[in-house]
Unconditional design. Structure first.
Length: 264
């Protein structure tokens, strides 16, 4: 049951990221493009509600009733959302990207607590705040971009931990890499790729990380899960074909020890 919850969250999250991938910054920050909100506002909105869930888990684990259960949505829903929007309206786009990625990781960690997973109301709340919420807003973003930016171009990025450099011209090599790496699915800007890589792979030595640059036009909106964990072959066959990989770049270490993505 729990694995199904995480699988659904994972799939819907990546479809939401896909709705953002390749969308130019000016379209992301343009005001009142999706009702009263911009795409950036929606990014902050999703992060805000994941933060509310994190707070609810803290309240529950301390023996208190999470306040979110007492919200009167019919009466106060718009007011609550407006308050959360006001808290993030002055954030830069970079802050919005970083907040989206960082809050999501914290949300998943909070949900993974065994005590939380054993409480049906907390799991039901997680479903409302996560995949149902992502799907709703992803549809809104896709509707906006289909009219405002119909001839889209762009890329998404996968960061791979590898034990040897991948050979893009040799499909068998990808199968041999199975199990030897971890993934970050980064339908994000390059700064976010670096942030996520440094958070997950801070102690690895070079060469260990590779970035696949994926042609968004060939990106497939299906996720494949195996045993509750996304595998290399699952991504290759479920999200993109090898022909969609237009570039493969090493992440490099700076003197500070941080991983850097060679964007230019």
């Amino acid at each position: 049951m729990h694995m199904q919850v995480f699988s659904k969250i994972h799939q819907s999250w990546h479809l939401y990221l896909q709705s953002l991938a390749g969308l130019p910054d000016e379209f992301v920050v343009a005001e009142k493009t999706i009702g009263l909100w911009s795409v950036k506002d929606i990014m902050g909105h999703i992060a805000s509600w994941e933060t509310e869930y994190i707070r609810a888990t803290e309240e529950y684990l301390s023996g208190r009733r999470p306040r979110v259960f007492d919200y009167d949505w019919a009466r106060d829903g718009d007011t609550i959302n407006a308050k959360l929007w006001a808290e993030k309206q002055h954030h830069t786009l970079q802050q919005a990207w970083r907040g989206l990625a960082g809050t999501h990781r914290a949300f998943l960690a909070a949900l993974a607590n065994p005590e939380i997973l054993e409480e049906p109301d907390m799991v039901a709340l997680a479903q409302e705040i996560s995949w149902k919420h992502y799907d709703h807003h992803a549809a809104k973003v896709r509707g906006y971009r289909s009219t405002a930016y119909p001839d889209e171009v762009g890329f998404c990025y996968y960061v791979m931990r590898v034990d040897r450099w991948p050979d893009l011209d040799n499909p068998e090599h990808w199968q041999n890499l199975e199990g030897s790496q971890e993934f970050i699915q980064c339908a994000l800007e390059p700064d976010a790729v670096e942030m996520m890589a440094n958070r997950l792979f801070a102690h690895l030595s070079d060469p260990a990380l590779a970035v696949l640059v994926i042609d968004l036009a060939k990106f497939q909106p299906e996720a494949v899960k195996a045993g509750g964990r996304t595998t290399l072959s699952g991504h290759i066959h479920g999200w993109f074909a090898l022909s969609a990989v237009i570039d493969c770049r090493r992440m490099v270490r700076a003197e500070t020890g941080r991983w850097l993505f060679p964007w230019s």
